[in-house]
Ligand binder design. Structure first.
Ligand SMILES: [Zn+2]
Ligand SMILES: [Zn+2]
Length: 126
């Protein structure tokens, strides 16, 4: 998508339209058994540049919730990832580094990779 550099800088939180949200991608990076970072990447609702943000968790009930969901799509935990436009362009505002918009895509946290992943190969009993 082209970066619209003519968009004037404005400090505002933009409601994410549904069709724009479709273009956002989220991924979960597990730091250890309890800690994850959720990374969201997508087009800025203001200037259309590719921007990204992240949020991280505190271990606790959230983790149990995740384990119960067992990674089924749509059943996992959803988190809001606040993203400030960080397109790097100043948009006529000195040292802004972005168009000033912020948005909050909602991402599904993927379940942690399973360590006890010893799937037994079914024997054919030939
Ligand atoms: Zn921009
Ligand atoms: Zn922007």
């Amino acid at each position: 998508m082209p970066h619209n550099r003519d968009v004037p800088w404005s400090d505002e939180q933009v409601e994410m339209p549904e069709d724009l949200l479709q273009k956002w991608e989220c991924r979960t990076e597990w730091l250890d058994d309890l800690h994850w970072v959720q990374i969201a990447e997508g087009p800025c609702p203001g200037c259309d540049a590719d921007i990204s943000g992240y949020t991280s968790n505190e271990p606790g009930p959230i983790y149990r919730q995740l384990l119960e969901a067992e990674g089924e799509p749509g059943k996992g935990l959803q988190v809001k990832v606040p993203v400030d436009c960080n397109c790097g362009f100043d948009h006529k505002q000195k040292d802004a580094g972005g168009c000033g918009r912020s948005c909050i895509p909602i991402c599904a946290v993927s379940a942690p990779p399973r360590k006890d992943n010893h799937q037994e190969v079914a024997e054919d009993g030939a």
